[in-house]
Design a binder for this molecule. Structure first.
Ligand code: IPE
Ligand code: IPE
Ligand code: MG
Length: 241
């Protein structure tokens, strides 16, 4: 009996752990924040490119739940960079048909940033050329913890029966409920770990770890990686047919 395998992988959803901004700056004798600013410029090129190479979902890890442990000045600089990015890019993203959404816990962010995020989501809600998701104060364990908390209330109040809980039902409680699972997760800067990114969603993702520091990551490199992954045999636990 032939084992049925899925058709070759199409890379529809790319998720990126944008790492190496600090090292990029330090190697040049510059403050780490300069690296973060350069990194934000990279985001523009990558966002513009994705639809051209068939990528309809792009998810970017911008700030983790662990990144609060950094020096207060760096955290403040990053938060200010996020605000400026939204203010500066909102119109262009909208004109380019990009739908922007945020995942992560907004509770710890400042009111001004929360407001800018909500307004950008609202403004771009009708777009579907590219789905850009920005993970800001995101941690996979935190996401699952918040989901379980909400789910526990729904069970306690009789809205959900424990026997009805399926993988899909759990997915519905996650921040990513509206996203397909990532097909490919890229991490720049040579580190080979997931650092709490999309822990549930990455179950069958391909991983690519590249040495390039995020501020040097180009559209050409992304294109090469995506092309290299397209057509890989996708077995989901079966054996090759
Ligand atoms: C990634 O670059 C950006 C964030 C985590 C916000 P880093 O700041 O982690 O850069 P390195 O790893 O120190 O080089
Ligand atoms: C992961 O990078 C988080 C983001 C890219 C936002 P980090 O630099 O924070 O991860 P670790 O500390 O090396 O695991
Ligand atoms: Mg890092």
């Amino acid at each position: 009996m032939a084992i049925e395998t899925e058709p070759p992988r199409q890379i529809n959803h790319v998720a990126i752990i944008m790492d190496g901004n600090g090292r990029w700056a330090t190697r040049r004798g510059l403050p780490r924040l300069v690296g973060h600013r350069k990194g934000a410029e990279r985001v523009r090129e990558i966002v513009d490119l994705c639809p051209d190479i068939g990528v309809r979902y792009l998810t970017l890890y911008a700030f983790s739940t662990e990144n609060w442990k950094r020096a207060q000045a760096e955290v403040a600089g990053l938060m200010s960079l996020f605000r400026r990015y939204i203010l500066k890019e909102a119109d262009k993203l909208n004109e380019n048909g990009v739908r922007v959404r945020f995942i992560g816990d907004r509770g710890r962010l400042d009111a001004k940033l929360i407001d800018l995020m909500a307004r950008l989501e609202e403004k771009t809600a009708a777009n579907d050329h590219l789905n850009l998701t920005i993970a800001l104060n995101y941690g996979g364990r935190d996401e699952v913890t918040r989901a379980v908390r909400t789910l526990a209330v729904d069970v306690a109040e009789g809205r959900v029966a424990p026997d009805d809980l399926s993988e899909d039902a759990i997915g519905y409680y996650l921040d990513t409920r509206y996203l397909p699972d990532p097909d490919l997760i890229i991490r720049t800067s040579g580190e080979k770990r997931v650092s709490n990114f999309l822990l549930w969603q990455a179950a069958y993702a391909e991983f690519e770890f590249v040495e390039t520091l995020w501020p040097d990551f180009s559209g050409a490199e992304l294109t090469r990686i995506v092309e290299g992954c397209t057509g890989r045999d996708r077995r989901f636990g079966a054996i090759a047919g």
